[in-house]
Design a protein. Structure first.
Length: 411
């Protein structure tokens, strides 16, 4: 038996998914066999003090993601005052217009409401989540000694071994790391994925996402709101301290127009697109803009090598599931490492393929669902408009269908 086999695992990428993966694999319960997990990140991993202003980069973490972070000891490091439960979601479609209502901006829209009697998600800032993950990593590294962190680290080269061998990861100002399992968590443009010769299918949506936080006068009630229109998708996400985060996906031309507006004009545009549900909104953060695209790796694993998070799949943000898909990758790969045979190597292809098979379908389905929704709402056809309006109205009356949707989103 090879029960004395030591595991050498290297995770490249120090974002939330990479940090969580490092913790998950170094956790005593995963069955890491006398080895260690090394984390390699180009940026500094520092325990920075949280700013007084809420971060405009936020995640809608599912209950399943919350459970994972609790099991890793991360959730307790988050300040409860900076977490906002999402207790319901209202999705708005086209206005239910009549000929007399065409010029009435207050006409009723088609709508679907989701509510399960428990939080559907938890709004958490990027900076707060990063701080909690780094704090737990440092605590666990000091306690167990099986975590090695290399930040401010540039990779000078990678030598991929044949099946059964160890990959060699050379750092410019550091050691060469041997990896029985090398995990790429280095983002949608993953250099490691490219160096491994894995092709990624990319679709440029030719649109951008705009994010910002706003202070509001009325309580948001923990309700996430989303408006679908032919010229874009706007989401209001509830935050603590009577604030909302907006994510507005629009064409690049429209994004140029919005970016050129001053703060007051931009705020007016946000309120108008959101049916003035919160009058008197005040910008409470910088604005940020990012390009939208879909990335799907054609394969997720090779002998001793695995992709997780955006390195494997990056999807349109309208479903708000990008981070949750990544954390689900972490959970499944952790399970496969824990449940593998005592005779297996950490990088055994059979083990990694079980992870791949379990996760690919979920990611592909979610990417095509979001693509379909986006295409449906870009159409200005009257027939499609009527289908959107009537379909959303009908869906709102189908409790069983809504329960299925929420069950998937809350995993």
């Amino acid at each position: 038996m090879r029960a004395t086999l030591h595991d050498r695992i290297v995770v490249v990428g120090g974002g939330p998914i990479g940090l969580a993966m490092t913790l998950a694999l170094a956790n005593a319960e995963t069955g890491l066999r006398g080895g260690n997990v090394s984390l390699v990140e180009r940026q500094t991993l520092a325990l920075e003090r949280l700013p007084s202003l809420l971060d405009h980069r936020v995640y809608a973490l599912s209950p399943g993601s919350k459970t994972l972070l609790e099991s890793l000891g991360v959730w307790s490091h988050l300040l409860s005052a900076r977490i906002e439960p999402v207790r319901a979601m209202h999705v708005f479609g086209d206005a239910l217009q009549t000929s007399k209502q065409v010029n009435d901006c207050n006409n009723e829209r088609s709508k679907i409401e989701f509510s399960e009697g428990m939080p559907l998600a938890f709004m958490v800032e990027h900076s707060a989540l990063m701080r909690a993950l780094i704090e737990q990593l440092r605590e666990q590294a000091g306690t167990t000694g099986n975590i090695h962190m290399f930040d401010n680290a540039d990779i000078s080269g990678v030598e991929f071994a044949k099946a059964g061998g160890a990959h060699q990861l050379r750092l410019k100002a550091g050691p060469t790391l041997a990896a029985d399992l090398l995990i790429a968590a280095d983002g949608a443009s993953s250099p490691l994925r490219a160096q491994a010769g894995i092709v990624a299918e990319t679709k440029d949506y030719e649109s951008d996402g705009i994010v910002a936080n706003f202070r509001i006068e009325q309580p948001h009630g923990g309700i996430a709101r989303q408006w679908f229109a032919h010229d874009g998708v706007l989401a209001y996400l509830p935050l603590p301290d009577n604030q909302v985060s907006i994510v507005w996906s629009v064409s690049k031309t429209r994004a140029d127009e919005l970016s050129a507006l001053d703060d007051q004009a931009f705020t007016r545009a946000v309120m108008q697109a959101g049916d003035h549900v919160f009058p008197g909104m005040v910008l409470a953060s910088p604005r940020a803009r990012f390009a939208l695209r879909r990335v799907m790796a054609t394969q997720w694993v090779q002998p001793g090598f695995a992709l997780i998070g955006d390195a494997a799949h990056a999807i349109h943000p309208l479903a708000g599931q990008g981070a949750n898909l990544g954390f689900a990758d972490v959970r499944k790969l952790q399970d496969e490492m824990q449940n593998r045979s005592v005779l297996s190597h950490a990088g055994d292809l059979a083990v990694l393929r079980r992870y791949e098979r379990a996760r690919v379908e979920d990611a592909v389905i979610m990417s095509y669902v979001t693509d379909g929704l986006r295409a449906l709402y870009l159409s200005e056809s009257q027939a499609v408009t009527r289908m959107r309006r009537d379909g959303l109205k009908a869906a709102n009356e189908m409790d069983f269908a809504k329960s299925l949707v929420m069950a998937h989103a809350m995993r």
